[in-house]
Design a protein around this ligand. Sequence first.
Ligand code: HXC
Length: 259
Amino acid sequence: MAYQNLISEVKEHILYLTINREKALNALNKDTLAELADVVAFANKTDEVRGVIITGAGEKAFVAGADIKEFADYNGKQGKELAKRGQEQVFDAIENATKPFIAAINGFALGGGLELAMACHMRIAADNARLGLPEVTLGLIPGYGGTQRLTQLVGKGKAIEMITTANMITAADALAFGLVNHVVPQADLISKAEEILNLVKQRAPLAVSAAIKSVIAAVNNHNGYATEIEAFGKCFETADFKEGVAAFVEKRKAIFKGK
Ligand code: HXC
């Protein structure tokens, strides 16, 4: 797919997505968000994609936030619309995706950039990455779900400290706080994400989707236990369940078809 602000490529069932506005530290302007909405919808509906890796162009930034220059003269109504549209079309769409999204945080992940990483199902940070929600320095608060997802990931105390001080934290602190899954040298970032997705790719796709949906239900007050019971029952109706059990009994590797 050809985009202006994204590089998007599918290789061996992994969609590699690079936010490509290096001169603006990959800040999310309106066009980039619209392109992200498009590619997330594509990733969700095609069986060719089994997982997504999102990173930023260059070595300095993952994403340095929403494009500040673009909303400099917004009023309250426009601000609210910006947050609502972005959350629905991009951030919630990623979180509710049926396949895993991994943020490969290659540098600054600030404001909307950290919010993008937090909407992903997993986060891997380069050891030189810096993470933060500095919106209060602009007289704003996070608007792409950051107050909610940071609290889910690191708890109330640390979330309030990070948001109200606007301090950036190191990758090592992010790991200690549970904000990222792994920290690796920058050169190993994509291969670490691939290592995870290559394992997920061997598993039953419908079971992977059901697992993601059930976990997300736990953090979003969507009646997680009932969601899990329902999703668990549905797994028994899949051909992949029969294949998984048959493969176990026959002591061979399962070949899953996503059916
Ligand atoms: C627009 C940005 C930008 C941003 C950086 N740039 N961040 N442009 N929006 N969020 C641009 C700069 O203007 C500059 O372009 C170029 O990228 C390089 O940035 P510098 O500041 O010169 O780099 P450096 O001195 O190394 O500082 C890096 C930085 C700093 C610490 C990351 O750029 C910074 O603080 N950026 C803003 C971070 C931020 O506040 N993010 C939250 C945004 S609000 P020019 O052309 O000027 O040289 C947000 C709200 C989300 O995300 C919710 C919305 C609903």
